[in-house]
Design a protein around this ligand. Structure first.
Ligand code: GLA
Length: 349
């Protein structure tokens, strides 16, 4: 066979053969240059990637940690992360304008209000930017989650149940009679992930025999400590007949607001079991106090993973045109004074 083909080759006139060889050589050269060019081009493209990371509460440890983790990933992979605050709709829209003028290709966002979803997604689309949400998922005009925007967040209901189970267990350990115990539920029903978390905790408590009439709502305006404190204070003064209190909310910052209000009202730490969610600096500071407070624990979730993974999803979408999963749900681990340092290390916090 080889023979035949070489015979065939030899049927070509010498000039033609030389021309073919030259052509092949130059094509290879061109291909080589082209592929070198592509290599250089794609690494250039990678170095040119710039993404925004916009958060609703830039001063909270949870969000600082998320942005830190995204920046660290950017340094590792060679893209730039622009950290921005978006504490209201106006600030978010100017942050997006700002990103566009800097040539960013997309952004990760935890919005200040989930109902801003359509406005934010529109602005991103106008600029041809990709957007993914972290923590709080956009709601569409129909009030349903905007499934077309990839999201990464906590499995709120499950984590809420962990909070409720842990409270019930500690009530038992302290030998509290259910009739003597009230619950301060700091609620934020406008935010679906918040409602899922507090609903999960409530269901777990009721399953464990908690008296449903003893649950009191303290609706907060915001997701921070001061709004929780303001919401919680009147609940204690109006319900002075209860000897013991449990406190839960969408996050530990809010539970801390409730605990501070219980202290101001005059309850002792052993009369209160507050369990939060997040596992960030706010909880570490509380666990580091010499004496225990009513803040018993928190279900820790890796904000490092949230920041890193959401940024990575967006980066892969930009560079490889691979759309991230529609919804990624993360889980948590109970952290108390006894194990917080270990859990912190395990979750890379
Ligand atoms: C919400 C809360 C934050 C944090 C994140 C985690 O955004 O406000 O404190 O719990 O969810 O997903």
């Amino acid at each position: 066979m080889t023979c035949t083909s070489s015979d065939n080759n030899h049927t070509l006139p010498v000039e033609l053969e030389a021309a073919v060889i030259n052509f092949l050589k130059s094509s290879l050269l061109v291909l080589g240059v082209a592929s070198f060019g592509m290599g250089a081009g794609s690494s250039l493209a990678q170095n040119d990637v710039k993404i925004g990371f916009i958060v609703k509460k830039p001063e909270q440890a949870w969000f600082i940690n998320e942005q830190d983790a995204a920046s660290a990933l950017g340094e590792q992979k060679g893209f730039e992360v622009v950290r921005l605050s978006g504490e209201d709709g106006q600030q978010v829209l100017s942050a997006i304008d700002n990103l566009n003028s800097q040539g960013a290709q997309g952004f990760v966002i935890c919005p200040p209000d989930v109902r801003l979803g359509p406005a934010i997604a529109n602005r991103a689309q106008q600029y041809g930017m990709k957007v993914v949400t972290v923590d709080d998922q956009f709601l569409g005009p129909d009030g349903e989650p905007m499934a077309e925007v990839p999201h990464l967040g906590m499995s709120g209901y499950k984590i809420g149940r962990q909070v409720g189970d842990a409270i019930a267990k500690e009530m038992k350990a302290r030998g509290w009679e259910p009739q003597s115990v009230a619950a301060l539920r700091i609620s934020n029903n406008e935010l679906p992930t918040a409602k899922e978390r507090t609903d999960g905790a409530t269901d777990a408590l009721l399953d464990a025999g908690f008296v449903s009439d003893n649950i009191f709502d303290a609706p907060q305006q915001n997701t921070d400590t001061s709004s929780a404190f303001a919401a919680a204070s009147p609940i204690f003064s109006k319900n002075g007949r209860f000897e013991h209190w449990v406190i839960y909310a969408l996050n530990e910052e809010s539970v801390l607001g409730g605990v501070r209000a219980s202290e101001q009202y005059g309850l002792a730490p052993d009369q209160v079991i507050g369990i939060g969610i997040n596992g960030s600096g706010a909880a570490f500071a509380e666990f580091s106090r010499q004496k225990p407070t009513g803040f018993y624990g928190t279900v820790a979730v890796s904000s490092t993973m949230h920041g890193r993974q959401s940024a990575d999803n967006l980066y892969t979408w930009i560079t490889e045109d691979k759309q991230p999963p529609a919804n990624t749900e993360t889980t948590g681990t109970l952290m108390t004074r006894d194990n917080w340092e270990q859990v912190r290390e395990d979750l890379g916090l």
